[in-house]
Design a protein around this ligand. Sequence first.
Ligand code: SF4
Length: 385
Amino acid sequence: MKQKQGLSGRQKASWLEMANKLGFRDPHLAKRVAEKIQAISAKKGAVKICHVCGTHEWTITHYGLRSLLPENVEVIAGPGCPVCIVPASEIDEAVQIALRGVVITCFGDLLRVPGSGRSLLDARAQGADVRVVYGVGDAVQMARGEPDKEFAFFAVGFETTSPSTVVEITNRPPKNMSFLISHRVIPPAMELLVEMKDLCLNGFIAPGHVSTIIGLKPYEMFPTNYGMPTVVAGFEPLDVLFAVYMIMKQLDKGKPALENEYVRAVQWKGNIKAQKLMKRVFETVDGKWRGLGNIASSKFKLKEEYAVLDAHQRYGVEVDDGVDLQPGCKCHLVVIGKIRPTECSLFMNACTPQKPVGACMVSSEGTCRIWARQSRVNQVFNKAF
Ligand code: SF4
């Protein structure tokens, strides 16, 4: 999800320049790392490494990193897209609240995520006031500027985006503002994946930006309790390749550990100020993830003292369990990396970025959407050359 607080065009350009200078995209270095991975892999059987981040999937797909890996080393995409895992029931609730005349504000990639029957875009077509914002602060500003209307911010995302929601909640929002909290917590979903024995995972690449907030401690259980090598990684191609190499080295030595590849951004303790603020405002409860069912302690909920700001309680809309998967959609298998998007018969047939059937095709962080974009790029490339 794009937020206003992100980098400006000029900042991005200078960051790219720095990344290139530092060699995070150096093809010669990438080749050397790939050779080292190859050397270890020759001594091993099949190795399956899972990442849980839409941006990691984008880097891997966009730079063709899978083609650099040996045949027996596979990197699969887990539930790392915060929009893809919002269950249909929560979309249904937002739609119902919008149809009651409340202005629903949300990030743009949430608009087309299918609910059981309707998306927020459909609700807008029916006359509901659904507005796209670049950050939660914009939503609060709108509510201040239009005191005669009720506003609710549909707060979606992992630990990366939840601090910005918390800041606005603790900043005395106007009385006509409330929050529909749908934030999820990543480590419990990773634990679910390890416990799916038929996935046969051998290691985790943990998400860099979530880790800037939560630090490394929440991942300690993976090497300690499950013998699962875990490496926090950044988002440049060499970050991801290094992370794979670090995991391969751990597997080679038979010593699973928790390591930090992304030392330029992630500290062991994370962002303590953000963590304290989140603890003050949220409690952790069980939460449903689209296609994955209920995951224990995986969802943030507003604490009782902030209940007055809870859109769920304010509007008391009751919805059913919801229909997460449309007929033929295999998003539930794509989000755990059990199948590739191309193994869904609807991929780029009935389901395209223009007309998405499943949630994984909607957001720019969704695995199907990323693969769809790359398949278009490849088509153009193959035609041109
Ligand atoms: S291609 Fe479309 S329908 Fe198939 S799994 Fe992906 S999002 Fe779901």
